[in-house]
Ligand binder design. Structure first.
Ligand SMILES: [Zn+2]
Length: 131
């Protein structure tokens, strides 16, 4: 028996200030990406559809965007000093992070080279356990 289906993911990409098309206010809009993934045995395999949209935080109006528009907005938001923006927030359905943290490259060579502990420390001063 094969169990398959789809699963929706919602990513908040950025918060951008736009003039709302409905209420006309220059309000903050959340830029969101909705990804629907094909799942097999509850394991998401590949995205079937990706949709972008914005939602006005003032009146709540939602509007769809193309991927290009979303990228432009995200670039705008990245250059503007928007506080607390970050991708991949609020994904309560994340099962097992496929990206292991702390990959190669951390703590590479070069740390603790020569020069540390140079002259000037004559012996361990004040060590009560040293006889
Ligand atoms: Zn609005």
């Amino acid at each position: 028996m094969i169990i398959f289906g789809t699963k929706g993911y919602l990513y908040q990409l950025a918060i951008v200030t736009l003039v709302c098309g409905r209420c006309g206010n220059p309000a903050a809009h959340t830029l969101r990406k909705r990804v629907t993934k094909f799942t097999l045995f509850f394991v998401p395999l590949f995205p079937v559809s990706t949709k972008y949209g914005t939602q006005c935080t003032f009146c709540g109006a939602e509007s769809q965007l193309s991927g290009d528009q979303a990228e432009q907005l995200q670039a705008q938001a990245a250059t503007a000093p928007a506080p607390g923006h970050g991708p991949q927030q609020a994904n309560p359905f994340a099962q097992g992070n496929p990206f292991p943290q702390g990959g190669p490259g951390q703590g590479g060579p070069g740390q603790g080279g020569p020069g540390q502990g140079g002259p000037g420390q004559p012996g361990a001063s004040g060590n009560p356990y040293q006889r």
